[in-house]
Ligand binder design. Structure first.
Ligand code: HEC
Ligand code: HEC
Ligand code: HEC
Length: 130
């Protein structure tokens, strides 16, 4: 074959690069979603987060900042959710009332994602739930 000295390694190289997403996928460790403590109501009944879970997963940080601004700058202590339900804009009285197992919820996911919110320099997190 004309110039096969270059063509064949070229084809092999092309095949390796072309299929590399497949190979890399095999060798990349899988992301294990952490097992989180699921909150329940005072009588063990099911409760729902202030917004849909998927939305919360992606947006809880922004929601908290907007709650803080609403509470402190605008004296607005009530948040109306997308379903029309009213919540007090408070970390302590709202978020941690349900997510009382801080270590097995917030912390567990933050640790896995190397996130360290500075909020707890001032705000208290629920203790003793290990
Ligand atoms: C009335 C109880 C309640 C309140 C109040 C509440 N949550 Fe939730 N939250 C839940 C429940 C129940 C889930 C779903 C857990 C599950 O399905 O594993 C959840 C899910 C979440 C998730 C997603 C977890 C995941 O599986 O990815 C985040 C993040 C979260 N909440 C943060 C907050 C924050 C921040 C606040 C305060 C702004 C808050 N929650 C207020 C009950 C509550
Ligand atoms: C399912 C995983 C998960 C859970 C559960 C979770 N977080 Fe987060 N949180 C994250 C991730 C990931 C980020 C970083 C997002 C980014 O940097 O854009 C984050 C960021 C934050 C931030 C902003 C930090 C900063 O420095 O910008 C705050 C505040 C926060 N989370 C509070 C909470 C609280 C309070 C809870 C428990 C009620 C909680 N989170 C539960 C995944 C989670
Ligand atoms: C330097 C100290 C400090 C830090 C750091 C801090 N806060 Fe606050 N925060 C306060 C104080 C003081 C208040 C006022 C308490 C009040 O009047 O209700 C407050 C109020 C709030 C409120 C509304 C009222 C309540 O009880 O929850 C939210 C929500 C809030 N902060 C969220 C956050 C979040 C999220 C972070 C981290 C991204 C954070 N804060 C970091 C000091 C701090």
């Amino acid at each position: 074959m004309y110039n096969s000295k270059y063509v064949i390694p070229g084809i092999i190289l092309f095949v390796v690069i072309f299929t590399s997403p497949f190979w890399l996928n095999i060798f990349t460790p899988k992301y294990n979603y952490p097992e989180l403590a699921k909150p329940v109501g005072p009588n063990g009944e099911a409760v729902e987060c202030v917004e849909p879970v998927k939305w919360m997963r992606a947006n809880h940080m922004d929601l908290l900042i907007s709650w803080r601004d609403a509470a402190l700058r605008d004296e607005k202590r009530v948040y109306v959710s997308s379903t029309g339900k009213e919540w007090e804009t408070s970390l302590q009285k709202t978020c941690f009332a349900c997510h009382s197992d801080y270590d097995n919820f917030c912390l567990k996911c933050h640790d896995q994602n190397a996130v360290e919110p500075y909020c707890w320099d001032c705000h208290i997190v629920p203790q003793g739930n290990k």
